[in-house]
Design a protein around this ligand. Structure first.
Ligand code: ARG
Length: 467
């Protein structure tokens, strides 16, 4: 901005009193945050309007000065939004860029805005407001992702697929049940978002530098005006605390980890070898050399974004761990981590929602795979316990021999003849074949939360009522 930039090596107009000269160029570079904290302009202006209004209401500044300040701040808001505002690195950060412009626009009244506050409570306020709004956006995005999964789960409540442990065929499940596992995961992520909003719902403004202020301010009034449940209760903690940013990053890391596991499954499922799904053209790319290829790039990038989101959490935890109370400039390094993670997470959730909605489910391939790999072996063992009265350990052993025989004959369990099965255990009857199909297997898993289609439908209804 003009008057800030015209000062070459002169002392800073905000605290020039004590300083004979301006900062070294390197000092200016390491110190400035305007390159990234300009993102907080709307929150900064909103906070300043609430603060000035309260100062006037309390008789700390005149109503006339307040009107000039509010008018000037609104002008600055439109200047920034229209792109006309010139940000200056010399003025360090968003707070001083806006205040300096206010002085140019309205003259000496601008100098009264900073009464009874400091940049320490100001930045804590701006950043909290920003993170709170981002959490609200995340909550909506997760709701859309959950809705996409609920639709797919409903559509495929009866579609059998192999369930895996160790990525080895374990027992048949349904694709609907598998989708609902992700609904549970993203549902927990969304409740972490809601808890984080609750935790941070206190207004920092009025904590001033760290000790509070002697001016008769009304922190309840500013808290209310800014949409917080109330003011923070300890001024030292208020300017030292970045838990809200850490909670955002922790939530983001856990959510990204869930997205990454889903991304990994999508990558595996879309290989020709698995062939469980076909990604839409909208969420895949081709190869410049191999014409047959369709690559799951979006899923791979979601998987990779998790790396940078986790990195941001570790970065900010590490910044904070050694800081004595109260504010230290180290804390300026909080914003880029949060901004970068927020952008990555928003994009990752949106891409996943699109992929889940668009992908084609290849039920025939899932069903064929569900029946191979002796996936109903546990059903045979359970049958021997139930119908032939064997202890489970013995039933396990008998079943193991049946699997070995099927393997030797190169067929599935259900393809063994009754005579084959009776050669392993004499009590086996024709009725055993009822449990050896994948459909019978999934239908039998009726325990609460189990894979039986009716059980899954109940869980879908439970979530529908909460989404
Ligand atoms: N740009 C600073 C930050 O992001 C604002 C607070 C500066 N406070 C101070 N005492 N130097 O943390």
């Amino acid at each position: 901005m003009a008057d800030g930039d015209s000062e070459t090596k002169s002392s800073n107009q905000m605290w020039g009193g004590r300083f004979a000269s301006g900062p070294d160029a390197i000092m200016e570079e390491i110190n400035a945050s305007i390159g990234f904290d300009k993102k907080l302009y709307a929150q900064d202006i909103r906070g300043s309007i609430a603060h000035a209004t309260m100062l006037a209401h309390q008789g700390i500044i005149s109503a006339d000065d307040k009107d000039k300040i509010v008018h000037g701040l609104n002008t600055i808001l439109s200047e920034i939004e229209s792109g006309a505002f010139e940000f200056s690195r010399r003025l360090e950060d968003i707070h001083m860029n806006i205040e300096a412009r206010l002085a140019t626009l309205i003259g000496p009244a601008a100098g009264r805005l900073h009464t009874a506050r400091s940049r320490n409570d100001q930045v804590a306020l701006d950043f909290r407001l920003w993170v709170k709004e981002e959490l609200q956006r995340t909550e909506k995005a997760l709701t859309a992702l959950i809705a996409a999964f609920l639709d797919r789960a409903e559509e495929h409540a009866d579609t059998v697929m192999p369930g895996f442990t160790h990525l080895q065929t374990a027992q048949p499940v349904t694709f609907g049940h598998h989708c609902m596992a992700y609904v549970e995961m993203f549902g927990r992520d969304r409740s972490r978002v809601r808890h984080a909003i609750e935790h941070m719902d206190e207004s920092p403004i009025g904590a001033a530098a760290l000790a509070g202020t002697g001016f008769p301010i009304d922190r309840h009034m500013t808290a209310k005006a800014l949409g917080f449940a109330g003011p923070t209760r300890n001024s030292i903690d208020t300017v030292s605390d970045r838990d809200f940013a850490l909670e955002f990053l922790s939530m983001a890391s856990i959510t990204a980890t869930h997205l990454s596991r889903l991304a990994e499954e999508i990558v595996i499922w879309s290989t020709p070898q698995f062939g469980f799904i076909r990604l839409s053209d909208a969420f895949s790319t081709g190869s410049s050399i191999m014409p047959q290829k369709k690559n799951p790039d979006a899923a791979e990038l979601v998987r990779a974004k998790t790396g940078r989101i986790n990195g941001s959490l570790i970065a900010l935890l590490t910044v904070m761990k050694g800081l004595p109370l109260a504010y230290s400039k180290d804390m300026q390094e909080d914003k880029e981590q949060v901004f970068d993670s927020a952008e990555s997470l928003e994009l990752a959730i949106a891409a996943m929602t699109g992929m889940v909605r668009d992908m084609t489910i290849r039920s025939d391939r899932m069903k064929a795979a569900a029946g191979s790999g002796y996936s109903t072996a546990t059903d045979l063992a359970d049958w021997l316990v139930r119908e032939a009265g064997l202890p489970f350990r013995d039933a396990h052993h008998v079943t193991g021999r049946a699997v070995a025989l099927a393997e030797q004959k190169g067929c599935d369990l259900a393809d063994l003849s009754l005579a084959d099965l009776q050669s392993i255990h004499a009590d086996i009857t024709e009725k055993v074949f009822d449990v050896l199909t994948v459909e019978a297997s999934v239908a039998s898993r009726t325990s609460f939360g189990g894979t039986a289609p009716n059980e899954v439908r109940k869980q879908i209804a439970w979530w529908r009522a909460r989404n």
